[in-house]
Design a protein around this ligand. Sequence first.
Ligand SMILES: [Zn+2]
Length: 493
Amino acid sequence: MSLYKDQELKIYNSITGKKEVFKPINEGHIGMYVCGPTVYSNVHLGNVRTFMSFDMIFRYFKHLGYKVRYVRNITDAGHLENDADEGEDRIAKKARLEQIEPMEVVQMYTVDFHNILNKFNFLPPSIEPTATGHIIEQIEIIKEILEKGFAYEVNGSVYFDVLKFNKTNHYGKLSGRNVEDLIHNTRALDGQSDKKNPQDFALWKKAEPQHIMRWPSPWSDGFPGWHLECTAMSTKYLGEQFDIHGGGMDLKFPHHECEIAQAEACNNVSPVNYWMHANMLTLNGQKMAKSTGNNILPGEIFTGENDKLSKPFSPSVTRFFMMQAHYRSILDFSSDAIEASEKGYNKLMEAINSLSKLDASNSSDFDVKAWSQKCYDALNDDFNTPILIAELFSAVKFINQVKDGKASVTKNDLEFLTDKMNAFVFDILGLTNDAVSSDNTNTLSDTVEVLIKLRAEARANKDFALSDKIRDELLAVGIQLKDGKDGTTFTTN
Ligand SMILES: [Zn+2]
């Protein structure tokens, strides 16, 4: 039996601004599309947070027994430097600056993206299509939109006619804008553009002679507009109408708005039932930006090599830190905040590690079924992971009471509790247990103390070759000795 039949899940739908009971188009199946990265630089920690939110959502759907087709694309062409269809292609620009092929840029940063996501224990999406792999599909959509009369061609470029579309449809319904406001707020054209109106957007751009990323089309040698790839790939793999479309909050306008317009113009139906948007990550209370130096790369967290960090933090601690905030809330990253999360994470893992050593009794002082439903209720309320984590800690408290002989648990309840803890912590939140269990920590520190004593004896005997050897070999396995006035201490990394 599928769990989803027992759990009423509510999702906050960005397009209606309400939490709605989730009903997939086909029972038991979910189609979900999430806008992936533009691979022209190392993945940003804020992007990691967005994708991690959807990874947790994907994991929860799977846990509930849904068959999920999760499509997350790679943008490897068409994303210009500015959202108003101007400037250089981001990937082509990087290639020019580095004097390498655009596809080398794409390869390099796609590999980086996957490496970082693997470290954070992401599940791979079901399909990870690329924009350059779907040029033909994009050209077909442009032909269709032209035929329906919602686009026009000028000098080899094709633009979407927003004003015409808005006569029969509503452009701006996702981001709460209306076309009149857009007309007032969009700056006038500078005479360089072929667009009829500034709010129109490119479906196809004719490539300038120096533009290296180009494909043949009925209109010109050129490249597709950025918004088009997501319409092409979501329609191809999920159909004209599908359940969920997600992305970062910053993509609502214009990107997602344009996706809706393209799909409605082409297929006469609204493409998405539930729009979901993940909120941003700030650093020490301010927006992260490379230009101001208020920035931190995911890899720097693992090594601690950033002056905004007091020490390194593991990917799992970082993941736990991110899961402590709701995906629609702004989360502020700081060294102190993640250090506090590390303590909580260690406490959680210690409790989980001790589950297998608890002794069962004839009675239970904890209603495990009611507790488990509270955990589901948290997730069913628009994936409220902070509430889920608070519930997990009420189980931690109980586990510690049993450990101390202050509470009891039956064998069945203990099995149920172990099962559910594993499901919530590892399967759904996606954490890994990289905290050394307290027993192992004790054995390790006893062993190192023995070696520290032997080293002290070697030094007393002036056998410096041996004392240095002990120090260096320990360092090679990640244990650093520190000599101080109160003797020798050690740290592990
Ligand atoms: Zn997209």
